[in-house]
Ligand binder design. Sequence first.
Ligand SMILES: Cc1ncc(C[n+]2csc(CCOP(=O)(O)OP(=O)(O)O)c2C)c(N)n1
Length: 935
Amino acid sequence: MAKDKRDVTEAPVNFGANLGLMLDLYDDYLQDPTSVSDDLQVLFSTIKNGEAQVKAKFTTDGSGTSADDSTIKRVMRLIDNIRQYGHLKADIYPVNAPKRTHIPKLEIEDFNLNKETLKNISSGIVSDHFSDIYDNAYEALKRMEKRYKGSIAFEYNHINNNKERTWLKRRIETPYKATINSDEKINLFKTLAHVEGFEKYLHKNFVGAKRFSIEGVDTLVPMLQHTLKRAAQEDIQNIQIGMAHRGRLNVLTHVLEKPYEMMISEFMHTDPMKFLPEDGSLKLTAGWTGDVKYHLGGVKTTSSYGIEQCISLANNPSHLEIVAPVVIGKTRAAQDDTHHAGGPTTDFHHGMPIIIHGDAAYPGQGINFETMNLSNLNGYSTGGALHIITNNRIGFTTEPIDGRSTTYSSDIAKGYDVPILHVNADDVEATIEAIDIAMEFRKEFHKDFVIDLVGYRRYGHNEMDEPSITNPTLYHNIRQHDSVEVIYGNKLVDEGILTKEQMSEIIDSVQKEMRTAQDKIDKSDKMNSTVMNKPESLQLPLQSDKKEFSFEHLKEINDAMLNYPEDFQVFRKLNKVLEKRREPFENENGLVDWAQAEQLAFATIVQDGISIRLTGQDSERGTFSHRHAVLHDEDNGNTYTPLHHVPNQKATFEVHNSPLSEAAVVGFEYGYNVENKNSMNIWEAQYGDFSNMAQMIFDNFMSSARAKWGERSGLTLFLPHAFEGQGPEHSSARLERFLQLAAENNSTVVNLSSSSNYFHLLRAQAKSLNTEAMRPLIVMSPKSLLRNKTVAKPISEFTTGSFKPIIVEDAQKAKVTKVILASGKMFIDLKETLAKEPNENIQLIAVERLYPFPEEDIKKALEELPNLESVAWVQEEPKNQGAWLFVYPYLKSIVGHQYNLSYQGRIQRAAPAEGDGEIHKLVQHKIIENSVKNN
Ligand SMILES: Cc1ncc(C[n+]2csc(CCOP(=O)(O)OP(=O)(O)O)c2C)c(N)n1
């Protein structure tokens, strides 16, 4: 279940400050045991006689005399420092450990202590988890040093939640019993041999081919396999992985079990699909223009880890880290049950995200901050993502000194109160323990966890790059360094688990396995077709839903949504506004405005069994205070969501105020809808101009994913757009950008002028979901038009009708000499002007759908006008923006040489709109005045 309230407990007690503090805390404890931390409660509960006993607790003979206060103080400061800063001296670097200076004191001698003194002090002073295990503080300290300065470095002191810190401290300090038996060790070695053998085979047989080798962080694969095993033990059936290029081919073949034959075929440019497992367990989609092999994903259903699990690797564009929110959205979709009335129910045990980051990209790309900010929010949480940084300590040619201002690549996670482990990628068993700790933490606290897997990069950025050009000393050392396969194999030989011969046999057998796979491929079976046509399902524009509704049906819905529980007190002023929503059903002049049209559409959609998820900044109320999808009791603040109470509701409705981000939240909604294609995911921008913060999602996923990867999405965007004197930013949603991205019927782009057309469009979009014809919908949504009477329509336009790509105003056709084409607010301004100053020579047409451009509909409308002389395109945006440059070729081909074609609107401008509201009015007035002139 999603958490209703987040635990924010008091700041943690600084356990190691000094004895005086301990005595004060003991006093507090005597007053109120719960006033001190959990571990102190345990410690103090063992003490019977006051202050003297507190001192005695920390001395070996119990007399309180063998160590004085100053010694105790120094021991405790040392322990505290080891816990907080031990990571700075940990053995986590396989090669080229950084030279750190000004490290806090971490040695016994630094505190003027020695072995003898420490041997006279009880081990309990070092850690309450050690008191029964070690004889004295010296032995316990040695263990602490080994733990905190070993192959795993722990960072958890930044966590504010005392329960989580205490849990981590206990988990770290309780002596860990390695549970890896000999068979498991041999299996681990075999996995590493496959991981490395795969890369070596490709390196030797496909010289210079880009593969972004995993070598240097090879343990990623056994770590992922172990994660899947741990997840299976918790019955987590759906695992969503996101990662960039590095090691991706290895993960595809060894985690998603994509056969070697398929992997090698891709290098040979032969048809890999011939080797797709026939049991249907591996699902790969492909687009018609395709993508490079290290961007491709897949979905594998496997029982390799004990239960049937669905493991998905998300398709990935080149843009580093941008897949992170997409994976989180996909996971949340896998966790949500949306097939019932009300809001969705979320089960964190149903799915889990794993996001694999690059060490340069993780702190460098802001999308990670945005995505981690979603991790604890009701509308977005997945109950904890596992983040693994494949830290090869270089980004292309850039070393950390030039790449980040922080000690570790992982430091950004600290702001999110997330535990961080750094682990040496050469210590395979430590990497497995890191996964154990992460999985146990997730199970306990449903929070994110970061593992910084510290290794190196065996080759250049890709296999064609020579790294010694830019990083000669680093690569000198890397070349001398044994691979983890060799290091771990030798370790098992030393432990007597393997012989040298067995080790070599295993390594050789992988090469044979790969050779056998390649031998199955027919070299001449080259893929050289240049036919790259879009699917038939996209030949037509979005099709309208012809469903009709009775007046009574819509009234029943409307009444239900205005009927609140008896004890719910709607804010009085708002209630008056909402009560107006009865008018269209009670009064023949009553009109359905934009917000009511939307609410009626949503209600009928959830009745049809399609769930709706609407998010955006302040979307519950609506930026323009029009939606009111969540009501607040004015007496007690309780909330009520009318769309949870639709009669015969078959699917859920949810709306969330999003955090103040665009890229991550749009990526999340995109991913959600890709995973649950039956969900109508709508993202609403506060103002449309802010959507460019999510441009990467529009470019790399929304508009192109289907052509590249065969990934279908029906994401809907509401982008408030209109030139209303609010300055250069809050006017334009950059319609031109969406039109430029539009091709091959990959989307629907609209700028509407009628509430009923909005109703029918939303229904059409919902109906298309989960079909081959689904595609994104981009709505230039209104601002002032939300309350405009010309936009609002009578209920008769809702009971029947369908989406209209153009709306042709009434005119006496024979008299018309001029056609004006316009959209959205511009159309309404023109319509209202012509209503005041009628001109029978003018035929006004609203172009509601801009893409696919309704060429045929416009042509037909013009053909009905026998005396037509000219056609004008009128827009509010400057000439270099808006739709003009996009529609011009279409219009030119429609009018040919028969009619005169003209443009009316702002001239070319660098900034979209005027800064001054009064100037805006003058400019707008001029455009309208010029437009409604005859010719
Ligand atoms: C947003 C973005 N900017 C730049 C690049 C170009 N680029 C590709 S890989 C790379 C280095 C990545 O380094 P790191 O994150 O450490 O991953 P590694 O390749 O070392 O595994 C760069 C700069 C990119 N793909 N995406």
